[in-house]
Design a binder for this molecule. Structure first.
Ligand code: MF3
Ligand code: CO
Length: 256
């Protein structure tokens, strides 16, 4: 069942969303050569505590990993797709890209967003990967309207990515969000005929998160049980926003 939120609930999700936005803005500003992904983690943890919120990822049980996640951020560098873990030993280098993904719970409601940030100058192809991934999210957001269907969102990401010569990851998907970090429906970044195709209705909130590989779509998980990487070693980008269906069209909760 897809849980629809009242206007009052959406206002609470707005607060969570804006906190996530402020965190990602700060971390994006911190990104530069020599900064470790644990530096980002520490800054995020402090901002969440100062806001009186709770990190959504830390302690979150993921069946595929068989354990609880230990950090407030996922920091995934270059060929890492998602679920990279912050480490004081992982320092950013010029030409890297780092996906920073975080979620919070504030007053019972969740926010979840991700950006992929270049470290200094990146190659032209990597720049194009970031641009196309972000565009695919923006085009998908435009589809978050009452009367449209979920496949409109999924298919929009898929078309933009594949027509630009990149590939969408199939093993990880977006999700509904509300009083739980992950609610129905699952939101693949491609039209999955085995997945449901509900009509979108006012009050639904979708966490749309294209994960786009510069090379082939195939993934594998490292021995740490968490870090998902591209099988071919090509770079991967990830952007995410929470978007509410309203009578005025899409409302992106995770940005001003
Ligand atoms: N970033 C993932 C999502 O957007 C969730 C992370 S799983 C966790 O759904 F274990 F890191 F929390
Ligand atoms: Co998410």
């Amino acid at each position: 069942m897809i849980i629809r939120k009242t206007a009052a609930e959406l206002e609470k999700m707005r607060s969570s969303g804006l906190l996530v936005y402020e965190i990602l803005k700060k971390l994006g500003d911190m990104v530069s050569e020599g900064v470790s992904t644990y530096d980002l983690e520490a800054a995020a943890e402090k901002m969440i505590a100062d806001a009186g919120a709770r990190p959504a990822f830390k302690g979150y049980f993921v069946p595929a990993a068989g354990e609880r996640y230990k950090y407030v951020l996922c920091t995934s560098i270059n060929q890492e797709i998602v679920h990279g873990m912050p480490s004081s030993k992982r320092t950013l280098k010029k030409g890297d890209i780092v996906s920073i993904d975080t979620g919070v719970e504030l007053n019972g409601y969740y926010g979840d967003s991700a950006v992929t940030v270049p470290v200094g100058e990146v190659s032209e192809e990597t720049g194009r990967l970031l641009r196309v991934t972000q565009e695919s999210l923006e085009l998908a957001i435009e589809q978050v309207r009452a009367g449209n269907r979920l496949y409109d969102v999924c298919g929009t990401v898929e078309r933009h990515v594949t027509s630009n010569g990149f590939s969408v990851v199939r093993e990880y998907v977006g999700h509904g969000i509300g009083t739980q970090l992950h609610e129905e429906p699952q939101i693949p970044n491609y039209v999955d005929r085995k997945n449901e195709n509900p009509r979108l209705k006012e009050g639904m909130v979708l966490a749309i998160e294209p994960m786009v590989n510069a090379g082939q779509p195939d993934t594998r998980v490292l021995g740490d049980k968490w870090t998902a990487v591209t099988k071919d070693g090509a770079y991967s980008a990830h952007f995410e926003h929470c978007v509410a269906v309203t009578s005025n069209g899409p409302w992106v909760l995770t940005r001003p």
